[in-house]
Design a protein around this ligand. Sequence first.
Ligand code: NI
Length: 138
Amino acid sequence: MPLIVRFGVSLDKGLLEKFDKLIQSRGYTNRSEAFRDLIRQELVKKEWQEGKEIAGAVTLIYNHHKRELLNKITDVQHNFQKIIISTQHIHLDHHNCLEIVAIKGNPRESQKLADALKSIKGVKHVTLSMSSTGKGID
Ligand code: NI
């Protein structure tokens, strides 16, 4: 069990009211948990900026009827096999596919992978969701 430290925070009353409203709307039941999450969010951002290993996912939406599209997507994924953990393919409807690519590695490489997939003609939408490996944010 980590050592728990209590400390006081001085805040403008108006700012605290806004904070309480915000965390209530997001489902927090107490300030401490909301505060912990805010700190972790900043630590994760720092990890990205420093190029530390991240975990996350790239999602892409495309029409599998487009010629050569599947080959191109596969080629790109082979080029980034160092950071790809797994890929899940979901058939959304008759035309559209969703692919979720789980990644772990350098944040810059992750962005490069997302950009490479995005630039393939026929890929309709790509998102990159970067998180943390969880190691440095306890
Ligand atoms: Ni499909």
